[in-house]
Design a binder for this molecule. Sequence first.
Ligand SMILES: [Zn+2]
Length: 192
Amino acid sequence: MLPEPIKNLVDQLAQLPSIGPRQAIRLAFHIKNRGDSAVEQLASSIAGLAKLKTCPSCFLVHESGNSAGLCHICDNPQRDPKLVAVVEKETDLISLERTQRYGGRYLILGELKKDGSLSIEQKARLASIKDAEEIILGISPTTFGDLNVAFINQELKNSAKKITRLGRGLPTGGEIEFADDETLGSALENRN
Ligand SMILES: [Zn+2]
């Protein structure tokens, strides 16, 4: 009953977080009704994402890298390689960078499961941290964030001299990406 191109787009949109099937159908028609040039612009913006690289060290998606494909943070000799902040998503990294109070490196884990358990890929990413002075767990202090932290701690037992957690000072249940710079900056300084 849906035209084929709408149906194809609906199938794609419905796979996105927080988009249900009905909403996907609404969005698909909405996009089409914005007009052909808007459709083409959206299509080319999405196609542009395929050109981005993922940093092999911290897993940040970035535009250009050095010859090893490292992002501008991992490639910056001023950033302390012995201090690593483990975060869930790119937006958490962006929030921490915005505070301008962090001089270490990062590791992006990717979306965490609500039962706390880690995927094989996430375990492999954590295993890539070796001989750190300090690992900061920048995992949002939500209920399932606490579960995730327990599992992550298991994996990191022998990877650093000290493991700290960011979150004191962040509202309980709050997400890092929505914290304001000041709150996040002091949570960074008061980590324990
Ligand atoms: Zn990187």
